[in-house]
Design a protein around this ligand. Sequence first.
Ligand SMILES: Cc1ncc(COP(=O)(O)O)c(C=O)c1O
Length: 386
Amino acid sequence: MDLRIPLFDLDYGPEEEAAVMAVLRSRWLTMGAVTQEFEKEFAAMFGVKFAFGVSNGTHALHLACLALEIGPGDEVILPSLTFVATANAVLYTGAEVRFAEIIGPADLTISPEDVEKRITSNTKAILVMHYGGYPCRMPEILQIARDHNLTVIEDAAHAPGAALEGRSLGAWGEAGCFSFFSNKNLATGEGGMVVTDRDEVAEKIRFLRSHGMTTLTLDRHKGHAYTYDVVALGNNYRIDEIHSALGLVQLRKLRANNARRRTLTELYRMGLRQPGFEGIEVPFSLTTGQSSCHIFSILLPLDANRQVFMEAMRSQGIQTSIHYPPIHTFSYYRQRYPGLSLPVTEIVAAREVTLPLYPKMLDGDVELVLSAVKDALAAARVRLAY
Ligand SMILES: Cc1ncc(COP(=O)(O)O)c(C=O)c1O
């Protein structure tokens, strides 16, 4: 059946097309002037000293971990309720992950209290994820990090343009990592950004992004350099000019698009307070700070069957999703960390359903989704009773 309302949709128009055409006509395809401009504007908008465009959000996380010298023997504490890339990026370095609980149904971000309990003599860093673009408890996390001499990395894949106490998410820790995957608030298909305020971390990211080389092709092309040295085991995590051009246009739309997401989120929240939705919980209703409203999550009542609910939504042409199956429940991670149980995360994750949200959505679309939710909820509860 055709979808009436997809989970997400791009806000792409003639501006994106023109930006890509300009790159093609320039005949310079990777890590050039457009990337530099994108990085400069990104850093300025997010209030950070350095921003490095990279090939995707996973590589942004991996680079951040490498630049902060996370490696074999180290442990990094992170939530299990995140996309698997958050944990994978740590494992690539040879370090181990230690999964921490989320706060609870009202706040799906990492629990500072639980983080503190999981610190050992091997803990090197805390890697937080701003779920849905809602801020983690950063003042508490930074305090724990200071008390135990730990590094803080932010997975801000959901959170471009979000802030807490006036400070951008991604700019709180030693490094912040963004993804520009197709479904993100700033979408380029593939792409990402890693930001930092620290000169020595920036220097390492610069080398490690491009094979550990001391000069770039662009520098040599411009005659700023004639050769290069390799000073570290780097990688090719570069972004190309086409993705940077898309990113620059999307960055300029970000504020308005996030504002529209906030309005739609508010409409959802108001609608769900009406009769017919009893038992549904809406996380982050009390969270402070400015969210980028990346996704809209609801938690189904405990007596509702999620699969039946999602199928009923689909039969009405509305796409839903799950964010996320907790990482520690995946086969690979179960084998690597056997016997691990995170009851708060597991119970909340089993109830989570993500409803459609994207800037081009109409107010009337929210009404359609909510009316489908009402029917699907009734179906999901009735079937369970048999
Ligand atoms: C929370 C989170 N972290 C990391 C990533 C990885 O980003 P990418 O898909 O750009 O590698 C994503 C995106 O899918 C994500 O949602």
